[in-house]
Design a binder for this molecule. Structure first.
Ligand code: FMN
Length: 129
């Protein structure tokens, strides 16, 4: 994947063995309406076989939904069985939400206690139902 200006990036390390995990969170800010180039390079260099992938972005103003659709396409091509996109608006300088507020937003929106059998499902548990 190229960035919004058609530039390719490298991520270091290029690949990580993530096979021990059911869910992989990919976390990056939005630049030029797209997830940053290194996180997109990371996706191209790794496999997510049978895993749920969550792309989590911080941003200030706008995210290009086409870039998220394209990101999802590549994640699924790399073997993921499910994809979810979450984002938190960080805000402008001097009014940014704090790291604790970001973590609280993630807890509220993703780790919902009543959905222990819902959003926390793994692909494996979904298949066995
Ligand atoms: C070079 C650059 C480009 C950015 N482009 C966008 C953008 O297109 N859309 C947007 O909503 N935020 C954009 N931002 C704001 C960042 O997404 C925001 O600063 C970041 O998510 C804040 O998280 P951080 O403090 O953890 O880096 C940009 C920031 C930088 C530095």
């Amino acid at each position: 994947m190229d960035d919004a200006r058609g530039v390719r990036a490298e991520a270091s390390p290029r690949s990580i063995d993530l096979s021990a995990y059911d869910t992989v969170w990919l976390v990056a800010p939005i630049w030029l309406y797209h997830p940053t180039p290194p996180i997109r390079a990371f996706v191209e260099n790794n496999r997510f076989d049978g895993q749920r992938v969550v792309l989590f972005n911080t941003y200030n103003s706008r995210i290009d939904q086409a870039s998220i659709t394209d990101f999802k396409r590549v994640v699924l091509l790399k073997g993921a069985c499910a994809f979810e996109h979450l984002s938190v608006r960080r805000g402008r300088m001097e009014s940014q939400v704090s790291p604790d507020e970001i973590l609280a937003a993630i807890d509220d929106r993703w780790f919902v206690p009543t959905s222990a059998e819902g959003s926390q499902q793994t692909c494996r548990s979904m298949r066995s139902e």
